[in-house]
Design a protein around this ligand. Structure first.
Ligand code: CO
Length: 184
């Protein structure tokens, strides 16, 4: 299976993804591919639509370190059921290379999801991990950081956005610099 990262303005990134209805071999085979793609692009989170699969599947490793498998997490049909606080912080997106927004997010979220065994789980996350959840759940709802950036930020990144929108200038997988915020 070869998964290609999809970039804005790919339509799959704007679709509301379909729920997972069966945890089958195809899904179990897909999960390691999602992690591989996430690590290859130096991400800390990846939503299935970012590789062209319009399903409500998210993987994350908040460390971004493939050696730290204990941080690997898979969330099927994740849904934010409670949230509190508000904090603005830097966010990059693998589907929007070169662009970093200062995005307002809830400080704390409670998420329900199905795990790979089909069990319903609930988790509460704060700060960075809460931000990952909100970014990736936005992806499965067809929402991008562009939608949450200020007019000034959008103006600042006008050139990068126009390059992405140019059909003759398809971006290559570009890891985000170690020194900028990690991408999601
Ligand atoms: Co993203």
């Amino acid at each position: 299976m070869t998964l290609d990262l999809r970039y804005y303005p790919d339509e799959v990134l704007r679709a509301v993804a379909e729920p997972v209805t069966a945890i089958d071999d195809d899904l179990r085979a897909l999960v390691p591919e999602l992690f591989a793609k996430m690590y290859a692009t130096r991400g800390v989170g990846l939503a299935a639509p970012q590789v062209g699969i319009s399903r409500r599947i998210i993987v994350s490793n908040q460390t971004g370190d493939p050696e730290q498998k204990q941080f690997e997490e898979v969330y099927l049909n994740p849904r934010i059921v409670d949230q509190e606080g508000a904090v603005r912080g830097e966010e990059g997106c693998l589907s929007l290379p070169g662009i970093v927004g200062r995005i307002l997010r809830s400080q704390k979220v409670t998420v329900t999801y199905l795990d790979l065994e089909g069990n319903e789980q609930t988790v509460t996350a704060e700060e960075w991990k809460a931000r990952i959840f909100q970014h990736e759940i936005d992806h499965i709802d067809g929402i991008l950081i562009l939608d949450k950036m200020s007019p000034a930020e959008l103006a600042f990144y006008k050139k990068e956005i126009e390059e992405l929108e140019d059909p003759d200038a398809a971006p290559e997988d570009r890891p985000v610099s170690e020194h900028s915020s990690a991408a999601l």
